[in-house]
Design a protein around this ligand. Structure first.
Ligand SMILES: Nc1ncnc2c1ncn2[C@@H]1O[C@H](COP(=O)(O)OP(=O)(O)OP(=O)(O)O)[C@@H](O)[C@H]1O
Ligand SMILES: [Mg+2]
Length: 294
């Protein structure tokens, strides 16, 4: 289930609380912690009322006061999730959010339902949030959280850009639907991560599909840079594959694009050899990838 305190906040907080969150989001670019006075001024409310709203948001776990309440507040990822989700709901994109279907180094992926009753995937970027748990330097990190949130927003934006280039060209990636802040809505792929697959009927054919998509992505102007069996989704029934996870892509004119492409290909080949005991011969590789790629 999605974070209960965020869900509860979406159900019970009013427009003014969200206005306060939006002001924090905006002002965090300029203040280490946003003073209550600033929030009061921006929302045209009294200081008392503003402090009350901030206390409520604090109780819901959507904001932090890393230097004490007197010094002001910052938004955390719960708060950012709340404003982003409210936006996608208000714009009529999503109607509900369900269980978690995946998690990576810097993100969490949930299932959701759109207004057209389509089940979709929603990826929430969480740059920096791991360091919160790891180092327990809560305060230091909270003071820089706007930088992490900015990085998360950028990652979602970059991933959307890649999907918008690739999907219309028929390359097997999830259909992009919508982005808001650090949140990206795409088609839900009902398959399994290739990394979890133990055996397939025709490994040669499967490998060819993965490599052909990679080459076509390269020709379309996109090198994934993080491809591995974890970022390939396999559909056992149809034998189809989808390539996911594109925030760190580069264009082929990037100085080390060819190096990244080789590394993506080698990751895939390594998996096929180790797990599926399949190694393609050089001629086939050249046939699929072309002289100038491999
Ligand atoms: N469109 C989708 N449909 C179904 N499942 C998905 C979809 N997108 C992601 N997932 C699941 O969520 C997992 C994590 O997603 P993804 O690989 O995009 O992010 P990530 O691994 O967190 O990225 P990062 O490289 O930043 O760590 C995937 O391995 C997959 O199981
Ligand atoms: Mg991944």
């Amino acid at each position: 289930m999605f974070n209960p305190s965020v869900v509860k906040a979406l159900r019970s907080l009013d427009d003014w609380h969200f206005e306060v969150l939006r002001v924090l989001e905006e002002k965090m670019r300029h203040y280490e912690t946003v003073p209550t006075d600033v929030v009061a001024r921006e929302t045209e409310a009294s200081k008392d009322l503003t402090l009350k709203r901030l206390s409520t948001l604090h109780r819901y776990g959507l904001v932090w006061a890393p230097r004490g309440r007197e010094r002001g507040f910052v938004l955390n990822y719960n708060g950012l999730d709340a404003i982003a989700l409210r936006s996608v709901v208000n714009r009529g994109i999503l109607v509900s959010i369900g269980g978690r279907i995946g998690a990576g180094k810097e993100s969490e992926v949930y299932e959701a339902v759109t207004a057209e009753e389509e089940r979709v995937a929603v990826k929430f970027y969480r740059m920096g949030s791991r360091s919160f748990k790891k180092y327990k330097r809560h305060r230091d990190i909270a003071l820089h959280s706007h930088l992490y949130m900015e990085a998360s927003r950028l990652a979602a934006k970059r991933e959307l850009e890649a999907l918008q280039i690739l999907y219309p060209r028929g390359i097997k990636v999830p259909r992009p639907i919508y982005r808001n802040r650090h949140l990206l809505v795409t088609e839900l792929i009902r398959g399994i991560e290739l990394a979890k697959v133990k055996a397939v009927d025709d490994p040669a054919l499967l490998l060819e599909k993965v490599l052909r998509n990679l080459v076509e992505a390269f020709r379309a102007g996109v090198v994934n840079c993080d491809l591995s069996a974890y970022n390939v989704i396999y559909l056992p029934e149809s034998g189809d594959v989808f390539l996911i996870d594109w925030p760190q892509w580069v264009s082929p004119d990037h100085a080390t694009a060819k190096f990244y492409l080789r590394r993506d290909i080698d990751n895939v080949l390594e998996f096929f050899e180790r797990r599926l005991h399949h190694r393609p011969n050089k001629d086939i590789m050249r046939e699929i990838l072309g002289e100038n790629v491999y």
